[in-house]
Design a protein around this ligand. Structure first.
Ligand SMILES: [Zn+2]
Length: 48
């Protein structure tokens, strides 16, 4: 599962309503994120 941060367009590993695999919390602002199936572009450890 991957999740896009809408304002930056960066794709993180993880899902909306929880957190990314890097540890960024998507559940705090769920309207700022959307689940997607495209390739992860985040370079942070745990995501990329
Ligand atoms: Zn990330």
């Amino acid at each position: 599962m991957a999740v896009r941060y809408i304002s930056t367009g960066i794709i993180h590993s993880g899902q909306n309503g929880g957190k990314t695999d890097y540890g960024e919390y998507t559940r705090h602002k769920p309207t700022h994120w959307e689940n997607t199936s495209v390739k992860v572009t985040c370079q942070k450890n745990g995501c990329g």
